[in-house]
Design a protein around this ligand. Structure first.
Ligand SMILES: [Zn+2]
Ligand SMILES: [Zn+2]
Length: 273
């Protein structure tokens, strides 16, 4: 299982000299299992992933991508209108979602590309698109990977995805707020994972005035990582106001409590196998 971060930021893209190290683009991760391409979230980082895919079979309309969305807030879908492979005939894009009335991927992507927002409607994009749904708490096969979901605590609806393949386990849990007690459902969902990618948008101090916003902290991520015995924890969905300097400080503090903690960086590519 090979993983690359194309966007690690929350809420809004923040390009600039203070964010070059950990990245300014919003959520987008590429996961490759054998020849199966899985994309987790379509934030602004998707644009660059699209350009790279245009150097492959996607340029000739021979590519297939499997797209999963944690949820449909704008920072997780705003890269899609700029995803070049979607404009190439015969590329196949398969969109996965969970059966939930607040979580209609097809509708959200279509709404985003109404002409008042964008010049090209989704149905005018030349690629082929399929929409697949799985039940809440269910799983679906995607090439050699099995992907399961867990509902998260976030305004609207958000879902964590677990990708299992090659005897490796990746859990992506962004846009979630912790409660007073540990989320035991998430602990058991992530139990024994090789990697947990977790929403660490706020410092514990910032969180105090942002209760109910749907985000969490590195301290909560570490509690989960320890309880679930995960090997690595990646901090993710950074506050757009946090500079590289601040994130490096948070990463240092996190490592003191959990040596397997790392701050996710845009452009970081690594193998879980
Ligand atoms: Zn978000
Ligand atoms: Zn959100």
């Amino acid at each position: 299982m090979n993983i690359t971060y194309y966007g690690t930021r929350g809420s809004i893209p923040v390009p600039g000299k203070d964010t070059v190290n950990y990245g300014g683009n919003t959520a987008c991760i590429k996961v490759v299992v054998d020849n199966t391409l899985i994309i987790l979230d379509a934030g602004s980082g998707l644009w660059k992933l699209g350009l790279e895919l245009m150097q492959t079979e996607f340029a000739e309309g021979k590519g297939t991508a499997h797209l999963f969305f944690s949820h449909l807030h704008w920072d997780h879908i705003n890269g899609f209108p700029f995803f070049k492979p979607a404009y190439i005939k015969n590329n196949l894009l398969i969109f996965y979602s969970v059966e939930n009335p607040l979580y209609n991927v097809e509708q959200a992507l279509s709404d985003q590309q109404q002409h008042i927002n964008f010049p090209v409607k989704i149905e005018e994009m030349a690629s082929s698109r399929k929409f697949k749904k799985m039940p809440v708490g269910g799983s679906i096969k995607c090439g050699p990977a099995v992907i399961s979901n867990l509902k998260l605590r976030h305004p609207g609806a958000a879902f964590s995805y677990k990708i299992e393949a090659d005897r490796k386990k990746l859990v992506y849990a962004t846009d979630t707020e912790h409660a007073d007690t540990l989320n035991e459902r998430l602990v058991s969902f992530a139990y024994g994972a090789d990697l947990l990618i977790y929403d660490t948008m706020f410092t514990p101090e910032e969180y105090k005035s942002r209760v109910g916003w749907g985000h969490s902290t590195y301290i909560e991520g570490i509690k989960l990582a320890k309880a679930a015995r995960v090997k690595q924890l990646h901090l993710f969905h950074y506050n757009p106001e946090h500079t590289d300097h601040q994130i490096a400080g948070i990463e240092r503090e996190a490592k003191k409590l959990f040596p397997g903690a790392y701050a996710a960086k845009e452009g970081w590519c690594f193998d879980l196998s």
